[in-house]
Structures are given as structure tokens and as C-alpha cells.
Design a protein around this ligand. Structure first.
Ligand code: B12
Length: 323
């Protein structure tokens, strides 16, 4: 039996559960051009060492393979532009910067738990089944969110919500319920290329692809082992991940700050002493980052990043004192 629900009520429920935006798309496969782009990207080596991306590729573009009988995907977004972040300390030991992404509680936990509540609110009857996805499921999240009307994919490769900008986390409820889909989002970056110019390592290519091998977010967050000297010299103060391509986006500047307090925010993690982090034990790491997405990266990579930033700062004492 097909469970037919009122799409407007599902989206209202999503907003009442703590999401900032929600849109609906069918569970039909994405256009073949997505899979082609993805496979070409993998073949060109742009995924660096992220081997998990080459597993179950067909599933990524076909939500029906993720959940038998899936009919719809409810795409949700959590806006995370903070009202303010502390400026870089002007005295004391050299400091490394933790991307805003790492200042919040782990968004995977926050989003998955709320998606499950949404799934339960949508039925609970035996014939209604759902799967909550955020980040780790083999699903092309940005492409689905675009098709569900949440925003367009910018030159920084980020889904940009017209109001909340690029600082949105995404999640999906793949469901067997038949829901009226939203129209895909339109829009684009036009001639703007501020993100491309802001990238410190040239990871964003003018042809619209991101080379993860050069991306500071990949290098500091997912790469194991030493960082190539040419790139390591360009990390600046990036101790954990990077948001320069988002900060440069005009949509980010216009976006409202997050005012809801339900998603824990820890600004004291923004600037950390590099000499201290370079010596951290696992217990020191846990004391600062327990419950955050930074735990996925681990203490060893953070220690390595601190050493790279310190080496870079001893070469160039002219690093701008930006906030
Ligand atoms: C692997 C990954 C990374 C990698 C690679 C990033 C990348 N851009 O691909 C690394 C480690 C670098 C990374 C970094 C970050 N990530 Co990340 N990451 C992912 C992950 C797991 C997969 C992304 C992926 O499939 N990449 C593959 C490439 C090929 O994708 P793509 O270039 O966009 O191309 C797709 C479409 O745009 C389309 N396409 C592109 N060009 C064309 C052309 C045509 C003609 C057509 C038809 C289609 C098409 O086809 C492709 C497939 O759909 C997703 C979660 C998920 N399951 O989706 C999160 C995700 C993308 N990451 C996210 C975040 C927040 C980040 C960071 C901001 C974290 C940080 N602060 O550092 C940075 C941003 C870096 C950046 N500019 O992208 C969010 C993005 C939210 C948003 N608003 O878009 C996601 C969605 C996680 C989430 N659930 O919220 N990430």
C-alpha cells in the first residue's frame, strides 16, 4: 500500500523539528550527467585518498537503491552561519584556526536524530519505511537538494541556499511515502568567481571541479601522512579544515546568523595554541573536541596540521591578523 502524505505538512514538521529549510524531490535516479561527472572526477584522481567515494557509485545517484520501495526524498538544511566568532588573539603563542564547521556539536548526530523523528512523525505504520542520511550514505546530497528546490550548486561546489547561503549542512529522509515534489532550484553564480580567487591552493578549478588533492579542507581533515611541502606552505593558520571559498561568497555575507540555540556552538575552540596542539595527547584532544565532527579527523592529523602551520608561520611572519 502506498502511503500518501501532505507534502506541506511534512515540510512544516521538518521546520518545527529544528531544520531551517526543507524541500521534496522524487526518489527517481538523478540525471545521468551527474554520475558521468562523478566518475570522470574519480578517474582524474580528484578524490585523492577518499576511496569510500568509489564504492557503490550507482547507489549515489539512485535513492531507490538505498531503500527498497523509496518514492520520495525529503531534503533538509541546517543553517550554521554564527552571529560572531572570536577574533584571532593578538598576543601569546601562535594560534591555529578551527573552521566554523568544527565549532558546533557534530552535525551528523544533530541531523540524523531529527530526521528520524521526522520519519516517525510521518507514519509509524508498518508500510511506511524511511532511511535517514547525512554525509556518510552513498548519496549525492547536493544534487538531490538542488532538485528538491533548496538551492543551487555554486562554483565553490557548495549548495547555496538563496537565503541562508552556503553555510548549510544537508540531510535527507529517503521514504516510501509518495509526496508532491518541489520544483528544482534555479540560479547560479553568474560571472562571480570570488571563491575561486579566495582558494589558497587553487583547488577550485575554473572548469567547475574541485581537486581534493589541493583542497585545504581535505588536506587538514582527511589526508593521512605528511602534507606535500608546496601545499603545506599555503595552509596559513588552517589547523582544521577551511572555509575561505564560503566566506568569500556574497550569499554568505548576506545570510542571517543562526539564532536558534538548539545546536551547540563552542566559539572557544576557534583559536588554539599551535605549540600546545602539536604536543596534544588523545585526552587533550577529547577534552576540547568531544561531541564535535572534529573527532572524525583525530588527534594525529591535528598534531600534524599544527606542526605544518608552525613551520609556515616561521617562514612568513607577515600572515594577516584577520578574524
Ligand atoms: C567528499 C566530500 C568532501 C571532500 C570533497 C568536496 C567536494 N566538493 O566534492 C572534501 C573533504 C574536500 C570536503 C570538504 C568540504 N565539505 Co564535504 N562532503 C563530501 C561528501 C561526502 C561527498 C561529496 C561528493 O560527492 N563529491 C564529488 C564531486 C564530484 O561532487 P561535485 O563536484 O559537486 O559534483 C556533483 C554535482 O555538483 C554534479 N555536477 C558537477 N558539475 C556538473 C556538471 C554537469 C553538467 C552536471 C549535470 C552535474 C554536475 O555532479 C556531481 C554529482 O552529483 C558530501 C556528502 C555527500 N554524501 O554528498 C560532503 C558535503 C558536500 N560536504 C560538506 C561540507 C560542509 C564541506 C566543507 C564546507 C567542510 C569544511 N568546512 O571544510 C568543505 C567544503 C569544500 C568544498 N568547497 O567543496 C557539506 C556541504 C553542504 C552544502 N551546503 O553543500 C556536505 C553535503 C555534507 C553535508 N551533509 O552537509 N567534502
Amino acid at each position: 500500500m502506498i502511503v500518501v502524505l501532505d507534502a506541506a505538512r511534512v515540510k512544516e514538521t521538518a521546520l518545527s523539528l529544528g531544520f531551517d529549510a526543507a524541500g521534496i524531490t522524487s526518489a527517481l535516479p538523478l540525471e545521468a550527467a551527474h554520475e558521468k561527472h562523478f566518475r570522470d572526477w574519480l578517474a582524474a584522481g580528484c578524490a585523492a585518498s577518499m576511496e569510500y567515494l568509489s564504492r557503490r557509485v550507482e547507489m549515489r545517484f539512485d535513492p531507490g537503491r538505498l531503500l527498497a520501495g523509496a518514492r520520495s526524498v525529503v531534503c533538509v538544511a541546517v543553517a550554521y552561519k554564527p552571529a560572531s566568532v572570536p577574533s584571532r588573539p593578538t598576543r601569546g603563542e601562535p594560534c591555529g584556526r578551527v573552521a566554523v564547521y568544527g565549532l558546533y556539536d557534530d552535525y551528523h548526530v544533530f541531523i540524523r536524530e531529527r530526521l528520524r523523528r521526522l520519519g516517525r512523525a510521518m507514519g509509524g505504520r508498518e508500510e511506511h519505511r524511511f532511511r535517514a542520511c547525512v554525509d556518510t550514505a552513498p548519496l549525492a546530497e547536493r544534487a538531490l537538494a538542488q532538485r528538491a528546490g533548496l538551492g543551487f550548486i555554486g562554483k565553490n561546489r557548495i549548495l547555496i541556499h538563496p537565503r541562508f547561503g552556503p553555510q548549510v549542512f544537508l540531510g535527507e529522509l529517503v521514504t516510501t511515502a509518495a509526496l508532491e515534489p518541489d520544483a528544482p532550484a534555479e540560479g547560479g553564480c553568474g560571472d562571480c568567481r570570488l571563491c575561486i580567487d579566495a582558494c589558497p591552493t587553487g583547488a577550485l578549478r575554473p572548469d567547475g571541479t574541485l581537486d581534493a588533492r589541493r583542497c585545504v579542507s581535505y588536506l587538514t581533515g582527511e589526508h593521512d601522512g605528511p602534507i606535500d611541502a608546496e601545499l603545506s606552505g599555503r595552509l596559513g593558520d588552517a589547523l582544521y579544515r577551511c572555509e575561505r571559498c564560503m566566506e568569500a561568497c556574497p550569499y554568505a555575507r548576506r545570510a542571517p546568523a543562526r539564532t536558534r540555540t538548539d545546536f551547540g556552538f563552542h566559539p572557544e575552540r576557534r583559536w588554539l595554541s599551535l605549540p600546545e596542539v602539536a604536543r596534544w595527547s588523545p585526552a587533550d584532544f577529547d577534552r576540547v573536541f568531544a561531541g564535535s565532527a572534529v573527532t572524525w579527523t583525530g588527534v594525529e592529523r591535528l598534531r600534524r596540521n599544527a606542526a605544518c602551520c608552525l613551520k609556515g608561520s616561521s617562514h612568513d611572519r607577515r600572515t594577516p591578523a584577520d578574524g
